[in-house]
Ligand binder design. Sequence first.
Ligand code: GDP
Ligand code: MG
Length: 435
Amino acid sequence: MLELVTEKISGALTRLRGTRKITEKVVNDTLREIRLALLEADVDYEVTKRFLKRVKERILGEEVRKNLSPADQIILAVYEELVGILGGEREDIKKGTVLFVGLQGTGKTTTIGKLANLLKKKGFSVAVSSTDVRRPAAMVQLERLAEKVSVPYYSFESSSAVEIAKEAVEKAKSEGIDYLLIDTAGRLHIDEELMEELRSIKEAVKPSEVIYVADAMQGQTALETAKAFHEAVGLTGVVVTKMDGDARGGLVLSVREALGVPVKFIGVGEKMEDIEPFYPDRIAQRILGLGDLQSLAEKAKESIPEDKAQHLSVKVMTGEFDLEDLREIIRMIRSMGPLEKILSMVPGLGAQIRHLKVDEEQFKKMEAIINSMTPEERRNPRIINMSRKKRIAKGSGTTVSDVNRVLKRYEEMKRIMKKLKGMSGIPTPRFPFRI
Ligand code: GDP
Ligand code: MG
């Protein structure tokens, strides 16, 4: 999901690296690329225009941030404005009666099942009911889903949608339910009768939320429909479904800015688990392919002593490093936080490592093993014989084969680095990663 826009935007931002000074031309060139990426991803035209205007104002109007390079200043401005159009803070779903509205086939019923499951797992009491009286099959569908996720399904004899809604609310009240999720009828097209019915239900049950369920694959059309529902019924939130099926995802970027209503969840598949709370900052990070920039900005301020990093970098690159150095590297990386997060912060790397699972435990173990060695052993690993290995394993609460693995890894690293040294044209990476 969002692959297209992520690829394009992160590409544009990566090309900024090495920029020495923020000039209007640099900014304009970058914004032009971002503009194309957004429009290609099917983001609303007006939303795109407003977004870019704000980014530009922020970049050109802002004080120079001492700790950040020109490229990072631009990236941060894009990031902050992106979080802004996505709605800023995450907004949870309010307790009470929640109405789900939208056209047929967008994923209303499925979403209710998913949310019932999610809320129940969070420890809330949940019940569901359906007012889709014209389509008995739709009611059965919800009943089945309710059964699947083990929440009560309220059914009533009445053939009036409004009556059912009212009775369901009464029942939920008497049972002390935290969330009553109500499904409503959909149509293939917007019609006044449907809107009238929804207005009546809303009037009768005074819901805490009216959630519009939008299908990401319908792009701009879904936005137009959402606007019509918002005008007719008044929405409090949106769930964008089928984000798994659409590489563009422009809808999720447009909703908040175009409607003034937050996206609360996204659907990412057909299964009951396939729903994610919508966090504007995380989505923005995802789109920029840059990971957690907010904390990256904070870390930039802390910064690792330059000379120490430089010293280690040279040692590693020449293959002249011992286990003391390796431990130092592990410590530096670990002191910056969870490894996966650190790696995903590295500009340009975010997109690639998303699927890579970095094993934090391995690093912890490695450090513990190196800690259990004597300084002499660390400086000259060759002296580590079997009895020393046994002692190290015992001291670090590991096994001899764990110790062997660390030593082997170290030898491999050394060998590779030495080999690389002999090759020309290999750029010296800065270690540890810095922005
Ligand atoms: P409704 O008519 O609005 O109630 O829509 P349904 O809940 O019946 O869903 C219509 C179809 O969309 C079903 O086949 C669902 O499995 C599918 N669907 C719903 N949400 C998602 C989603 O997030 N991803 C994918 N891939 N399919 C979904
Ligand atoms: Mg349905």
